[in-house]
Design a protein around this ligand. Sequence first.
Ligand SMILES: NC(=O)c1ccc[n+]([C@@H]2O[C@H](COP(=O)([O-])OP(=O)(O)OC[C@H]3O[C@@H](n4cnc5c(N)ncnc54)[C@H](O)[C@@H]3O)[C@@H](O)[C@H]2O)c1
Ligand SMILES: [Zn+2]
Length: 360
Amino acid sequence: MITTTVKASKEYRVFTGSGLLATSGEIMREVAPNALKLLIVSESTVAPLYLDKVKTSAVANGFEVYEYIFEAGEASKNINTIAGMWGVMAKAGFTRTDLVAALGGGVTGDMSGFAAATFLRGIDVVQIPTSLLAMVDASVGGKTGIDLPEGKNQVGAFWQPSAVIEDTDCLLTLPDEVFSEGMAEVIKYAFIMDIPLYNILKENEKNGIGIKNDAWLMEKIVGMCVADKADVIMSDEFDNGRRQTLNYGHTVGHVIERNSNFTKPHGVCVAKGMGIIIDACVTEGSLSSDEAVKMKELIKAYGLPVEDEITAEEAVSGAMNDKKKRGNTLSVILVNRIGESEIRKMSPEEFHTFLRGALA
Ligand SMILES: NC(=O)c1ccc[n+]([C@@H]2O[C@H](COP(=O)([O-])OP(=O)(O)OC[C@H]3O[C@@H](n4cnc5c(N)ncnc54)[C@H](O)[C@@H]3O)[C@@H](O)[C@H]2O)c1
Ligand SMILES: [Zn+2]
C-alpha cells in the first residue's frame, strides 16, 4: 500500500493498494471517530460489485449504514440526485459529526462531495474511487459539483475529503474503454511533470491496457499520479496558477467533447487534445519532433486517439466559451519537453495562429 498525504485546507491521506475495500471501515472510523451514521453513495453498476464489502467493513466498525444508489452515468449528475442524498440524510437525522462515503467513479465522487459540502453546511466525506480516472484525478483535490443543462460542472464547491481509499483491485472490472480513458489522465501527469512515470509507461507500452492485470504495477502508477496531483494541489488548491497545468490537453479536448454533445468520452477527447497541442508545438518549434513522436506513440499504445477533425476556428470559438477562461485571454498548457509544462497566455488570435500548426 502507498500512502500519500495531502496538505490543503484540510490534511488527509490517500491510501492506494490492493484489497483496501475490506479495511475501508477501519479507515473511516479512524478519520471520523465520533460518527454514528454513514451514508454510502453508489450507483447501479458499482453497487452490485462492491457495496457489500464496504458495508460489511463499516458495520464491523460501528457505523449505522444508510445507502443511496443512483442510475450510473453522467446524466444523473444533477440536482435531483443531490436532493435524494440530502433527503436520506435528513430523514435519518444525520448530524454534523456523521459521514458520507462516495463509492464509484468520478460522477459518484463529485456528487457525494457536493452533497456532503452542502448538507448542514458541510459534513465529512470519504472518497472511495473505483474508476482509474477517479483514483488518479477526481477523488483527490476537493473539487465537487454537478452539471446544469447549460454546461458541465457549473455548480459546485471546493470540499476536501477526510480520506481517499483507492482499492486498485476495482480496476479489474472496469470496461477496457473506461480504463483507457483514465490512462489519458495518467499520461497527462507523465507529460506535464513526471519523467519516472513516463519511463514506466514507456517500458510497458507493448502491454497497452493489459497493464491493468498487473496489481503491483497499477498500485505504483496510481500512487505516482496521486503524488503528482497532491503536489500540484498543495501549491495551488484553488486553481489560480499551477493547478491549471492539469488542464493539459483539456482546452481543445473540452471543445471536442462539447461539440460531440458528450457522445465522445472525456478521456478520448483529452487524448485528442494532447495530440493536437503536441503537433502545434512542433510546428511553432517549441517541441522537437523526436519528442513528439514518442509522446504520440505512448498515447496510442494505451488505446487512445491523437487526432480529430475539429478546425482551428471551432477550437478557438469553443475555448472562448469555456468557463475556465479568464477575461479575453486563454491559458494554454504546453509541454516543451516530456516532464516540463508551461502555462502560456494567448489571445484568441494567437491561439488560432498556434492551432493552425496542427489543424485546418
Ligand atoms: N473533481 C475533479 O477534480 C474531477 C476531475 C476529473 C473528472 N471529474 C468528473 O468525473 C466524472 C468522470 O469520472 P469517471 O470516468 O470515473 O465517470 P463515471 O463515474 O461515470 O464512471 C465511468 C463508468 O465506469 C463505471 N465504473 C466505475 N467503476 C467501475 C468498476 N470498478 N467496475 C466496473 N465499472 C465501473 C461506471 O458505472 C461508469 O459507467 C465526470 O463527471 C467529471 O466531470 C472530476
Ligand atoms: Zn480530465
